[in-house]
Design a protein around this ligand. Structure first.
Ligand code: DX5
Ligand code: ZN
Length: 216
């Protein structure tokens, strides 16, 4: 299965976003980190900004909502055309109902798990989702170190997806480099979010390096 590389524009230059979106056109999806300063202690952008990103991006949007009350806000991101919308399990009042709404609008539905959140309670809900995001750092900031202790959870999700014969993407986010991407792939990830490791160099080159690190 081909690995998907989703650069996170959290590490882009916010006043040159259109330029930086163009620079990652060879990636699969652009990962857009929405933070509300409540669910996480950091603030990025909201629907208006994400709508403009959607207008100018050469590749579709993978929206990661690190916000309280996604039940209220997530459908708006699906309506503006995001390819996938992922909300945090810890923040949603009714994850299944929300996933169904997102799918009905036409977006892929994703559920994200912080490092301390166990996957156990969500395994039976896997058919309701198109992707699971395993956070490999505490959400809120780019440039942190990959937490290898999240790998058993990723592995258990891969086993559950395989045992149930599902096509659910397993995404990792945080501290992904050409070294840690190999560890995550070995433990079952197929979709890789990378912020600083893409934008600290020439993005197209960095995307190619990450891709070749996990090429079968
Ligand atoms: C962190 C965000 C990540 C972040 C990853 O809360 O969800 O998407 O951009 O950044 P790096 O790749 O620098 O760890
Ligand atoms: Zn993210």
């Amino acid at each position: 299965m081909a690995a998907r590389i989703n650069p996170s524009i959290l590490a882009a230059d916010f006043v040159n976003l259109e330029r930086d979106l163009g620079a990652i056109a060879t990636a699969d999806l652009v990962h857009v980190d929405v933070m509300d300063n409540h669910f996480v202690p950091n603030l990025t952008f909201g629907p208006q900004m994400v709508g403009r990103i959607q207008d100018v991006s050469p590749i579709p949007l993978d929206v990661h909502l690190m916000i309280d009350d996604p039940d209220r806000w997530a459908p708006g991101y699906a309506e503006l055309g995001a390819y996938s919308v992922t909300f945090h399990a810890e923040a949603a009042a009714d994850p299944v109902a929300l996933a169904r709404r997102l799918r009905a609008i036409g977006a892929r539905a994703g559920i994200a798990l912080k490092p301390g959140t166990s996957a156990e309670g969500y395994l039976d809900l896997l058919p309701e989702f198109d992707q699971v995001l395993v956070m490999t750092v505490e959400p809120g900031f780019g440039g942190q170190s990959f937490m290898v202790e999240t790998m058993p959870k990723l592995r258990s999700l891969r086993e559950a997806v395989a045992a149930r014969g599902l096509d659910v993407w397993l995404q990792v986010d945080g501290g992904i480099t050409e070294e840690t991407i190999v560890v995550a792939a070995e433990n079952g990830a197929d979709t890789f979010v990378a912020g600083s490791s893409v934008f600290r160099g020439e993005p197209a080159e960095r995307i190619a390096i990450l891709r070749s690190a996990v090429a079968a």
